[in-house]
Write a protein that binds this ligand. Structure first.
Ligand code: GDP
Ligand code: MG
Length: 162
C-alpha cells in the first residue's frame, strides 16, 4: 500500500484547493456541491517520482451544531489512518477554536504533522503565518493553494516526513 497523507483542518481553510493543486485536477471540489457530503475523499498523487495516497477530509456543514467536535473527531480518524498529516490553517484568519481543537488532537497523535499556513497569497502576507506557531506544531509553512505559491516547497517537507 502507498503511504498516506491526510489533509485536515476546519472548513474553508483551502484543503480541497490544496488537494487539487497537488493532484493537478479539479475533482476534489465535487464534495463541496450542496447535498454531497462525504467525509473523506482519497486520491493518488505523485511528487518527485514518489507516489502516495492523499486524503481530503471534511464534508462538514459549517452551520451544523457541534461542528468543532466533529472536526476534532475527523482529525482523530485521519491521524489514525495517515503516515503524515497535513494540517491546513487560514493564515489570514489566524488560529480559531476549531484549529486549536484539531491541533490538540494532532499533537496527541504522535504522527508527524506538517502545518500549512494557507492563503498567504503574496510576500506581504507572510508575517501572518508566524501567528500559527502558537499551535505548538512547529514551523508554519506559508503557501497559497489558490495561486500555487510555495506549494512545491510544502510538498517537499511533507515527503521528507513520510
Ligand atoms: P476547504 O473547505 O478547506 O476544502 O476549503 P476550499 O478548498 O473549498 O476553499 C475555501 C475557499 O477558500 C474557496 O473560496 C477557495 O477559493 C479559497 N482559497 C483556498 N485557498 C486559497 C488561497 O491560497 N488564497 C486565497 N485567497 N483563497 C483561497
Ligand atoms: Mg473541502
Amino acid at each position: 500500500p502507498l503511504p498516506v497523507v491526510a489533509v485536515v483542518g476546519r472548513p474553508n481553510v483551502g484543503k480541497s484547493t490544496l488537494v487539487n493543486r497537488i493532484i493537478g485536477r479539479r475533482e476534489a471540489v465535487v464534495e463541496d456541491v450542496p447535498g454531497v457530503t462525504r467525509d473523506r475523499v482519497t486520491y493518488e498523487a505523485t511528487w518527485r517520482g514518489r507516489r502516495f495516497t492523499l486524503v481530503d477530509t471534511g464534508g462538514w456543514d459549517p452551520d451544523a451544531t457541534g461542528m468543532a467536535l466533529r472536526i476534532a473527531e475527523q482529525a482523530q480518524v485521519a491521524a489514525e489512518l495517515a503516515n503524515v498529516i497535513l494540517f491546513v490553517v487560514d493564515a489570514g484568519v489566524g488560529v480559531t477554536d476549531s484549529d486549536e481543537a484539531v491541533g490538540a488532537v494532532l499533537r496527541r497523535s504522535g504522527k508527524p504533522v506538517v502545518l500549512a499556513a494557507n492563503k498567504v497569497d503574496n510576500q506581504q502576507l507572510e508575517i501572518e503565518a508566524s501567528g500559527l506557531w502558537s499551535l505548538g506544531l512547529g514551523e508554519p509553512y506559508p503557501v497559497s493553494a489558490l495561486h500555487g505559491r510555495a506549494s512545491g516547497d510544502l510538498l517537499d517537507v511533507v515527503l521528507d516526513a513520510l
